[in-house]
Design a protein. Structure first.
Ligand code: DHE
Length: 522
């Protein structure tokens, strides 16, 4: 069987793209696609054993790289090389074709989801005997995006314990069951996978959508919720073996559907919080057995006729919090009362109080942070949150009582992630973009000043820090095919160990995630 992962192309082929549009009619390109690609990627481009080939799913892959993959194949996958069967014009035409949006939002309903589910190892067969003697609370799940693998790392010895192939293009935080035994991962392609960290076995997989944003696990461990870009849906799974329970079409109170930006678990609230991309609403979906209805009066900005849709009393009821502006990217305070996010207007940010269901403050947050980018900590006796901006070389530190900016810390460039731990006075932040993308700043949380700038590997992007369970070590990723996880002593800032990895992106410590450490994302 052919596996046409049309995902990479060399820059030399790019000039051909313009020629290709003239040299191939749509019908010819479609015929080429059907002949060479459809068997693995689906006649409708929604994916099969190969990933979906849609612009939404290929966003992280530049066209030249996609063309290179068609021509040369992709190592360690079933994707063969087509360079000897297809001309460079053919390849350019196919690449242009797969980067065009589909004319309609594809459907992926409950029946499709259920049909995609594979139970690799039923829970009843796993047993209770661990296959390793590492501290289960100090394991890290490391996502290696370079060759689509995951490594489970011992957080005491820093030895890799288990490495396995993942679905194509994992993205977003790994999520754990409340006891830390199981890890859930989501791919941009919509696959949600569950693995057992005790027996090192895959449990189950299910495809929840065509293009998925992220997942959240309920605090009681019973449910997984996935948010999709395509189609515009939320999917609730039974966390045990990922059987689908409910699909919610994402439609706002005024009508109109939306992509989901992200979904999070608000543990103390027994609910999922959902941010929407295309309508100015935040949703709160209770997973409590008997959710307490929210009086309609608490829903901001409701208009006559909107009340009925504004709160649905069925299982997993949707509470719509209607806002004046879109909330793009955000983080929560530690007790999940407030959500601090960037407003679409890009002039400021906003604080949405989830109890009263409305905006309660504006923030001087002029740049968008990436989701899960920031942290909270205590500074001079008050709680602050700090986040890098995605487009400016600055970190905003904001008082969480007055919502005033305490400090803007200039950095060498825009960063993606800031991380810390309760047991360290330092916060670490990457400089993901620009000429200094190999730098990591260490900031003293007591002074709000950069005290050290590390360069784990000069010339290579360094990113995403995560601490060990006790906060004694900080692990940074060298974001390169010939990359590594670099372990630093968090007190002396000296390098302790370097573990080779293939373009490692995020790493997630079991203890820090399940205890909701204020120094990391949840
Ligand atoms: Fe991410 C988390 C959205 C680009 C690496 N990113 C997330 C989450 C969302 C998101 C919704 C979920 C948080 C969670 O599950 O807790 N990311 C977006 C975007 O909208 C954006 C800007 C554009 C896009 O392509 O979707 C984007 N993200 C990137 C990247 O380019 C990164 C650096 C490389 C990659 O893999 O695509 C990237 N995103 C990450 C990582 C996390 C993440 C490593 C998990 C962080 C964590 O510690 O929880």
């Amino acid at each position: 069987m052919r596996f046409v992962n049309v995902l990479m192309m060399c820059a030399l082929l790019m000039p051909m793209a313009a020629v290709a549009e003239e040299s191939h009619s749509d019908a010819q390109t479609l015929a080429l696609y059907q002949q060479h690609c459809a068997a693995c990627h689906g006649g409708n481009r929604l994916g099969g054993i190969g990933p979906a080939l849609l612009p939404e799913n290929l966003r992280r892959l530049r066209k030249p790289m996609a063309a290179k993959t068609v021509a040369n194949g992709r190592a360690a996958t079933q994707m063969p090389a087509f360079g000897d069967q297809l001309s460079s014009e053919d390849i350019s035409a196919i690449v242009d074709f797969i980067y065009k949006p589909l004319p309609e939002i594809p459907t992926w309903g409950l029946a499709d989801i259920a049909a995609s589910r594979v139970v690799h190892n039923a829970l009843s067969t796993l047993g209770e005997t661990p296959v390793h003697d590492a501290d289960p609370m100090n394991l890290f799940t490391v996502v290696e995006t370079g060759d689509h693998h995951v490594t489970i790392l011992d957080g005491d010895t820093f030895e890799p314990l288990w490495r396995f192939p993942s679905r194509f293009a994992l993205h977003g935080g790994a999520k754990y069951s409340p006891d830390g035994r199981f890890v859930y991962l989501a791919s941009r392609d919509g696959w949600v996978s569950k693995y057992d960290l005790k027996t090192f076995k895959p449990v189950a997989e299910v495809r929840v959508g065509v293009n998925t944003r992220n997942i959240a696990v309920s605090a009681d461990g019973r449910y997984v919720m996935a948010g999709n870009f395509l189609p515009h849906t939320l999917v609730i799974l039974d966390a045990r073996e990922l059987a689908p329970i409910k699909l919610i079409d994402v439609v706002g109170v005024k009508g109109g559907s939306s992509r989901v930006s992200a979904v999070y678990t608000a543990r103390p609230r027994k609910s999922f919080i959902v941010a929407l991309k295309d309508i100015p609403e935040i949703w709160e979906i209770s997973y409590a057995d008997n959710p307490r209805p929210v009086p309609v009066g608490l829903i901001h900005n409701h208009e006559p006729g909107m009340q009925e849709g504004a709160f649905d009393h069925g299982p997993f009821p949707v509470r719509h919090i209607v806002l004046d502006d879109y909330v793009d990217d955000f983080l929560f305070d530690q007790d999940y009362r407030n959500l601090m996010g960037a407003a679409r207007n890009a002039r400021n940010g906003q604080v949405v109080n989830l109890n009263v269901g409305r905006k309660v403050a504006d923030l001087a947050l002029t740049g968008l942070p990436h989701l899960g980018s920031g942290i909270t900590f205590e500074y001079e006796g008050r709680q602050v949150f700090a986040t890098p901006h995605l487009k400016d070389g600055v970190i905003s530190v904001i008082d969480m009582q007055t919502w005033q900016t305490v400090k803007r810390i200039e950095t060498l460039g825009p960063g993606f992630f800031m991380r810390s731990h309760e047991n360290t006075p330092y916060a670490w932040v990457d400089v993901f973009f620009g000429p200094h993308r190999d730098a990591v700043h260490v900031i003293d949380k007591r002074k709000l000043e950069i005290v050290e700038t590390l360069r784990p590997e000069p010339g290579k992007t360094a990113a995403h820090i995560e601490f060990t369970k006790d906060g004694k070590y900080a692990l940074a990723s060298i974001w390169d095919m010939d990359g590594a996880i670099v372990v630093y002593d968090a007190a002396t800032l000296e390098e302790v160990k370097r573990i080779p990895m293939v373009k490692p992106s995020g790493k997630y410590n079991v203890h820090n995630k399940i205890t909701l450490s204020s120094g990391t994302s949840h």
